[in-house]
Design a protein. Structure first.
Length: 144
């Protein structure tokens, strides 16, 4: 009897969640090449980040990520409540993220709800829409 385990095939939702994790890893790494690899480079990709206007088209989206990366020293993400759905070659992921960002003169922490929409092309999931909205940060109780 062999002690080797047979690798299990991942479900479409698991593969989509892996693509979503690649997006957040690219965000944390502040590496433009990694960020470019997760996005479709189409005229109709969209990106909305908390407090900023809608960006349409890869060039606008790419420029915003380049500015974010240039102006931050470090980014850490903690995802929770990750939910994924696949219908054919379209998939979407909803999740919450606690984002801690360090700048030259301090840091910021935010809680966001994100929806990421992906298309599958040639077997690879590519991001076409990232929409993040701010959530209220829970206040710490002073009750003892």
């Amino acid at each position: 009897m062999s002690s080797q385990s047979t690798p299990q095939k991942q479900s479409p939702e698991q593969l989509l969640q892996t693509a979503n994790q690649r997006f957040y890893a690219a965000f944390e790494s502040r590496d433009m090449a990694q960020m470019e690899s997760v996005w479709a480079h189409d005229e109709d990709v969209q990106c909305v980040q908390p407090g900023w206007d809608l960006l349409i088209g890869w060039e606008e989206v790419r420029e915003r990520w380049a500015r974010i990366f240039a102006n931050t020293k470090r980014v850490r993400m903690a995802l929770s409540g990750v939910w994924a759905r696949v219908e054919g070659d379209i998939g979407w992921v909803a999740c919450s993220a606690r984002v801690t960002t360090a700048f030259v003169d301090g840091f910021d922490e935010a809680l966001v709800q994100a929806t990421n929409i992906f298309v599958r092309r040639n077997g690879e999931w590519l991001l076409v829409t990232h929409h993040a909205s701010p959530l209220p940060v829970p206040t710490r109780s002073t009750v003892q």
